[in-house]
Design a protein around this ligand. Structure first.
Ligand code: SF4
Ligand code: SF4
Length: 554
């Protein structure tokens, strides 16, 4: 196996990358290799769908499969090797169907179908051993000695950005929002990767094109979530448990949460969101359920302790799953793209097993003293007070906005983000998005006038809100986004964060601070390109970075 797609990848003097028998996340070598093969077959599927689309022919099942298949390969999503053998067979079936679709469309247009190269003609073996023997043909570094590290790094950036786009687009799709341009962009990128490009420029262009596609995917997800559950409102969320039977729902899937709330209605079971699903409480149609009792726990890397302490069943709806411990292995369920060998998987949204488990388990024996936090400052809430915000900026009450966004993780150095929030001067506003905020979202940052100084805009899945707010504020002040008194302090961990970064770059946002480490797949030459073209900088020391941001804005 070789994998360096996330921030926690193994690093040594020889370089970075999880190899050997297991990755830092616990992904075993067989699963990692099978994921490579799945992505390779998906490249072939993407090639045919891309060519068919150019002739006006599409296959919705193939399009949707690509989103789901890519989502399963994100960090901390699916660790079940047997599941990948099934997915590879499914990908090959759809690829062969897409080939026939393309050939029919070409003949109908009086054209001779192209003989597509590479992944289009790869024939996957029918069993796990055969597939593992083929994994070398699908490995990201297979021709590193020929094309060089910069090309491998950029192909990786495209592939990992693509995974993020697919994850967002899948979330939107399950709620009925699809955009043909996202499928077109995904298939365009797969067609390019399948051609094993050797030049830097087309890969850089593709990375930015994926950033633009990701903006559409995030817009679709925003439309899906607000269309299904209403517009998020500032909301007080209880973060301490109440007495009674309990279910914990983790990940990001609002549809699964909604189905669980329906399945538990009038059953005397309280439903808690786990840290990552916190924004769910701000949606009117979800918060209307009185038994949506609160948010429990923090970011994903703390789940082994938090899940062990939770006295009911746990449902992992999307990401980020880490190795289930014996103390809760028997009461954790997976859903959607998530998988772990031996865990019970919920198919077709039937959560009745989870309800039974909740009734059989003890639940919380008593109320814990009530504590709440305020969330729900999505674009509508923030833009609803835009006039107050603008006045406060003009009156000098708000000197600067810091958007502290992105993932949390287990690696050292992440206390930078809580230090940053704590050190930010009192006349600055902190906007948060993503898991990094769990390090400080229970601190009291006070207010500026009537505005809380900490405005939580949601999870990584809500990054669209932050971009809309930045764009609208820039319009209101009559400047570009880069001229706003706004600095972006981004922590990354996995591939959705890579996609959001590409979106920021594609939109021309400059001077993003990125940490806690730069992605291992970006070579020094590629980092230089990002520094020169986009002003990307690594994080340093919180106080000094704040001073530098304020000085630049002055
Ligand atoms: S997903 Fe991250 S931790 Fe897991 S094997 Fe890949 S690089 Fe390593
Ligand atoms: S912010 Fe990052 S770590 Fe948190 S859920 Fe989103 S992708 Fe995962």
């Amino acid at each position: 196996m070789f994998c360096y797609q996330c921030e926690q990848t193994f690093r040594s003097d020889e370089g970075a990358g999880c190899a050997g028998t297991k990755g830092m996340c616990g992904k075993d070598a067989a699963t990692a290799d099978l994921q490579d093969v799945l992505l390779h077959v998906c490249e072939g599927l993407g090639q045919y769908l891309h060519h068919a689309r150019a002739l006006g022919a599409t296959d919705a099942e193939g399009d949707r499969f690509l989103l789901f298949a890519f989502f399963t390969t994100l960090t901390n999503v699916n660790f079940n090797a047997a599941r990948f053998v099934q997915l590879i067979a499914e990908a090959a079936r759809l690829r062969d169907r897409a080939r026939a679709l393309y050939e029919r469309a070409a003949r109908a247009a009086a054209k001779i179908p192209e003989n597509l190269p590479g992944a289009a003609v790869f024939v996957p073996a029918s069993d796990m051993n055969g597939l593992l023997a083929q994994a070398g043909e699908a490995a990201i570094r297979k021709d590193a000695a020929i094309v060089g590290e910069d090309v491998i790094g950029l192909r990786s950036l495209v592939l990992y950005g693509l995974k993020g786009v697919c994850a967002y687009a899948h979330h939107a799709r399950v709620l009925g929002e699809e955009r043909p341009e996202i499928y077109a962009a995904v298939e365009h990128a797969l067609d390019l990767l399948a051609r094993e490009p050797k030049d830097i420029e087309p890969l850089l262009e593709e990375a930015l094109a994926l950033g633009r596609a990701n903006f559409v995917a995030m817009e679709a997800l925003d439309a899906a979530n607000t269309g299904a559950f209403g517009t998020p409102q500032p909301t007080q969320v209880r973060v301490t448990p109440v007495k009674g039977k309990a279910i914990l729902v983790s990940g990001h899937d609002l549809k699964d949460l909604h189905e669980i709330l329906e399945a538990t209605k009038d059953k005397g079971i309280n439903v808690y969101t786990h840290g990552e699903l916190l924004p769910a409480h701000a949606y009117p149609k979800l918060k209307a359920y009185p038994h949506l009792a609160g948010n429990y726990g923090g970011a994903w890397q703390d789940q082994q302790k938090e899940f062990a302490d939770f006295p009911g069943p746990i449902v992992m709806t999307s990401n980020c799953l880490i190795e289930p411990q014996a103390r809760y292995r028997g009461r954790i369920f997976t859903a959607g793209p998530v998988g772990w060998a031996g865990l019970r998987h919920i198919a077709e949204g039937d959560f009745s097993q989870v309800v039974q488990a909740a009734l059989a388990l003890p639940g919380f024996p008593e109320d814990v003293e009530e504590k709440t936090i305020t969330i729900g400052f999505g674009r509508t809430a923030v833009l609803g007070v835009a006039d107050k915000v603008i006045e406060a900026v003009k009156a000098g009450q708000i000197r600067h906005f810091f958007l502290v966004g992105g993932c949390d993780g287990a690696a050292p150095g992440r206390n930078y983000y809580s230090d940053f929030a704590d050190e930010a001067p009192d006349d600055t506003v902190i906007l948060t998005i993503g898991c990094g905020k769990y390090r400080f979202n229970k601190h009291d940052f006070g207010t500026i006038g009537e505005l809380p100084r900490l405005l939580d805009m949601g999870q990584c899945n809500d990054a669209y809100s932050a971009l809309v707010v930045a764009t609208k504020l820039a319009e209101a002040f009559g400047v570009g986004v880069n001229e706003l008194p706004l600095s972006l302090i981004v922590s990354w961990f996995e591939q959705k964060a890579a996609a959001v970064l590409l979106t920021l770059l594609a939109l021309g946002v400059r001077n993003v601070r990125l940490g806690p480490t730069l992605p291992a797949f970006l070579t020094p030459a590629l980092v230089n390109v990002l520094v020169e073209k986009f002003g990307i900088q690594p994080i340093g020391e919180a106080k000094a970075d704040i001073a530098a941001a304020l000085a630049r804005a002055a």
